[in-house]
Design a protein around this ligand. Structure first.
Ligand code: SPD
Length: 300
């Protein structure tokens, strides 16, 4: 049996048995592998890190998308930054209120590979007429985009050393995003690992930096087996908070927006996502780092 090792944090890796390798290559921007693994089925691996796995990508993508979308009274225009495999778009398009979804991914070749090989992930989302895919750098795209969004979702690769993606986890970029939101708009970003060992790599700093830009900022987490760790997200808005929603309100908002077919997220899971352990709440509270272009943060 062949094993694939992925570093989690200094002194810790996790190993995953490989059944077959479907694709190995490099695009203009990153190394791309598609590997079928014993525990998680087909996995998308970018620059050596699993981004999405057939068996549990629904946990990550439902958690990324739905808390923000059901917190907005009527999300009609949504922007996704990244999200090349199409699963984030798939989740957004479950909402019948969404009239326009713009997905901006730098890597056209990656999207082409995912569209061809990961049909179970995107499930035809790329054919939905509400979706417009733009191959561009999200920062320059937003600076010249003439319109505004109700919700912006950052589904970007993790900030890694020697990768310009790290500049999309900065104070400056968060200010650009705020300027592209409609009144009442909101933002959610994937925010890196959130285990006891590594939540201070990027998660607490992203939270702290967003707090300088938005009046309401709420961190949350979910465990993703194929990442080998618990994952962090941060929600930010001009005042709306997902924390105020009861089990019944979440379920009723989902129903009202025609959202069906979920396997992880509902009113009960919503309360779990936002119930953080004491050590995490205290680290988030005590964090002082601000992420700027000059002081980026990186995952291990
Ligand atoms: N779709 C981008 C999500 C980034 C998540 N990175 C996960 C790395 C896990 N080791």
């Amino acid at each position: 049996m062949e094993w694939r090792y992925e570093p989690i944090t200094p002194g810790l890796s996790y190993a995953c048995a490989i059944r077959r390798v479907v694709h190995v290559g490099s695009t203009l921007y990153q190394d791309v592998e598609l590997v079928e693994t014993e525990p998680f089925g087909m996995c998308l691996v970018l620059d050596g890190k699993i981004q999405s796995a057939e068996s549990d990508e629904f946990i990550y993508h439902e958690s990324l998308v739905h808390p923000a979308l059901i917190s907005h009274p009527r999300p009609e225009s949504v922007c996704i930054a990244g999200g090349g495999e199409g699963s984030t778009a798939r989740e957004v398009l479950r909402h019948s209120s969404v009239k326009r979804l713009v997905m901006v991914d730098l890597d056209e070749e990656l999207v082409r590979i995912c569209r061809k090989h990961l049909t179970g992930f995107h499930q035809g989302a790329f054919d939905d007429p509400r979706l417009q895919v733009c191959f561009d750098d999200i920062r320059s795209f937003l600076l010249s985009y003439p319109d505004y969004f109700d919700v912006i979702i950052l589904d970007l690769p993790d900030p890694m050393k020697d990768n310009p993606t790290a500049l999309l986890y900065t104070l400056n970029f968060y200010k650009i995003l705020r300027a592209r939101l409609k009144p009442g708009g909101m933002l959610v970003t994937q925010a890196g690992p959130a285990t006891l060992l590594n939540h201070q790599e990027v998660f607490t700093a992203i939270y702290n930096t967003l707090k300088l830009v938005f009046p309401k900022v709420v961190p949350y987490t979910v465990h993703v087996d194929s990442f080998g760790e618990t994952w962090g997200f941060v929600f930010a808005s001009f005042g709306t908070s997902p924390l105020n929603l009861s089990v019944e309100q979440v379920n009723s908002n989902l129903l009202h927006d025609g959202v069906g077919g979920l396997r992880c997220y509902d009113g009960i899971q919503h309360q779990g996502l936002f119930s953080l352990p004491r050590y995490l709440r205290s680290s988030l509270h005590n964090e002082e780092r601000v992420i700027t272009e000059q002081t980026p943060v990186f995952v291990y």
